[in-house]
Design a protein around this ligand. Sequence first.
Ligand SMILES: C[S@@+](CC[C@H](N)C(=O)[O-])C[C@H]1O[C@@H](n2cnc3c(N)ncnc32)[C@H](O)[C@@H]1O
Length: 502
Amino acid sequence: MAPACVLAALLMSAVLDAGCNFNAAPQKSPREDLPCPSIVRKLPNLELKDISIDGLPYLTRYSLPTADGAGFCRYLERIQHDHEVKIEEGLVDMMGDYFLASQKIETGYFLSYKIRNRQIPQIILDGASSESEQADLFLKAIDSDPDAARKALLEKQIKDLSASDRKEGALKLIQLLLEKSWAFNPTVQQYLGSDNYHDDSYGFVERGLRTTSYSHMGTTVDLFLNSDVAVFPSEYKSTLQAARKLLPEKAKRILIIGPGLDFSNPELGEEIPQQSYEPFAIIDILLKSKRSDFEDIKIDLFDISPRVEQHWEGLLKSASQGNPYRLTLVVGGNRLSDEISYVTHFGDSLPGVVASEISRKQSRRPAPRTLDADSVTLRTLTIPASVVKKFHPFQGDLTTTDLEKLALENGGKYDIIFCFNTMEYLNETERALAGINIRESLVENGVFITDNRFETDSGERPQQPPKNTSAAKPIFEPSFLEMVTDVINAGRHMVIYRKGQK
Ligand SMILES: C[S@@+](CC[C@H](N)C(=O)[O-])C[C@H]1O[C@@H](n2cnc3c(N)ncnc32)[C@H](O)[C@@H]1O
């Protein structure tokens, strides 16, 4: 697509020729006639010559081009390009969430009835705002948005849609979000509400890359690393104990793949600025478990979204001037009680953190089956610059960027790699590539901790009939990448892989 910018294509339906700037990665299509690599990136891609001998058979199994380095390089560039397109689609999705949170509860119900083609109850029709009021509410939220970067991004989209009339621009943006965003896609809505939906499936493989991040992820890892084994179902107790013994005694080099950046909060909308939560969750959990020491832990953050890297560069700049980071944890009314307890103790192991008391606030969302606002639990932490400085952000793609080179150029291979709510975006071939890549960047006894398995693809797709998930088989032989545990507790799923022991 040239000049490549997905949003421009999306906006065509809104009769717009404006140049789009979603602050995303360069969207150049790989040019087949240019030498490979044709796109200059900050981090080098995997090269065929660097794939280990025992990794090569997997490339062949997935019919990846192994005849020459240029063919392999071109293949990776195509994957990267596809993923970069999805970053912008993901941003449209998240703007849809932002818009929804700016509305009244009745309007939210109104839209959800409408997209599912259901009859709208009179009480909702009476309370739901008109299109003009929807735009006013949207603009009011943007006006009061405390996050300058997010505000500028939304204003830019509005201006691109109507250069001189802000309200008209907002109305057009709403129209675009209703049409393109997943939050309002009827097929997706039906899928998410159906019995076929599984949280740990690869059902999101065709979806835009969201950077959303919730405390669910931290609760999961904390449960598996720090809680008493007695709380687990009996069938998992011994597996979990054995898996814990396999974890490195002292982990210094950590990689977080896909740390994310919450665009807006589903419960409190624009009130919460964009924030990156997972890195602080991981360091807190590792220090609590005594598997890492604050003095020598070094955590690399690796995300395909340039917005994540930019956010972290901004944090580090601010930290270099001694400024702390404010992180607000929000737990919705319908969350499991262990999540609230986790949030209550979040940050206790981080030196110098100052936390507010737990407070309650009205959510923008309704309590189930009512028109009343639900309540949410809130806790704000002020995290000192010394903690922020433990992180080093990088932009890249886990299926194509050479993670081993990244590791070696930045302090050595990783003792632990974490990757949550990210691999479900990959198809089976991409997961095979990701596995080969991740394995090479681990130290000899290093582990990969995730919530997705490296398995043959049997995940549901919103548009397709359900598949037999029990038919899935591991992609890798245990001698290559061994799954040492897959434990499920209270709907939380954690999988640990380590380099195969020959
Ligand atoms: C849904 S968020 C999950 C955030 C966080 N890990 C959590 O569990 O709360 C997925 C993150 O993975 C990143 N991501 C998706 N595909 C990726 C890829 N191929 N390589 C690197 N990062 C990717 C996205 O940009 C996003 O920040």
